[in-house]
Design a protein around this ligand. Sequence first.
Ligand code: ADP
Length: 263
Amino acid sequence: RGTDAAPEIPFAKPDSLTRVYAIASGKGGVGKSSVTANLAVAMAQSGLKVGVIDADIYGFSIPRMLGVSQQPTKVDDMILPPVAHGVKVISIGMFVPPGRPVVWRGPMLHRALEQFLADVYWGDLDVLLLDLPPGTGDIAISVAQLLPNSELVVITTPQVAAAEVAERAGAIAIQTRQRIVGVVENMSWLEQPDGTRLEVFGSGGGAAVADSLSRATGSAVALLGQIPLDMALREAGDGGTPVVATAPESGAARVLAHVAAGL
Ligand code: ADP
């Protein structure tokens, strides 16, 4: 192919059988990467062939959460992604020098994403998950352009302020005509020893985002699940083995497995 020609992206073909989900949030720290990592492993556990692209330039945390320390290898012109917990993983963090900030602008990000999609040997995937940077940046538009069939999953906390910014992340998808699959509320409550729920971050954010995006799109956007605050989830993520693998009976893991089964 000529150097100026757009590389061919198998997932972008109209007859591609791979479902592509972009995981988005309005702001950082709401658990977007934790959700992405766990959905990926839950899907792999159920027998699907799963790939993850970590496109979160500001906080690439997928390799740590999935316990990936290997670098991708290169064979001929293809990049072979490392595999962890049955999931093929490529992260922007694998291509930047450690300890350095990523100061890429939109066009560079677009090009990196294009390469991840075209030059990585993914094989036949059932599902490709993309962990997007928080907010409403250029990369969300690149995803919609490069992967017109991709669908959006919006992550928010129950907090009103978080929900408002999450709605904006969803509004980008409406402009780019991406389908919004649903909303996942994370950090919904902390279960107390007596079984009562302490709503640390308030309540209602997930339902508010789902309602607002339903009205904006004119079709039902569901609240797919509410994930409780759960120490097992945090510890498992820090340890590189997601909670759906280490503690599948925990409250958080059960919700995540349920959401994964519905996608
Ligand atoms: P984001 O990708 O939105 O920036 P992360 O997935 O990196 O967010 O999560 C931020 C931090 O919060 C991480 O340390 C993660 O382990 C923790 N975390 C996320 N969700 C939960 C939860 N439901 N319970 C406990 N800790 C959580």
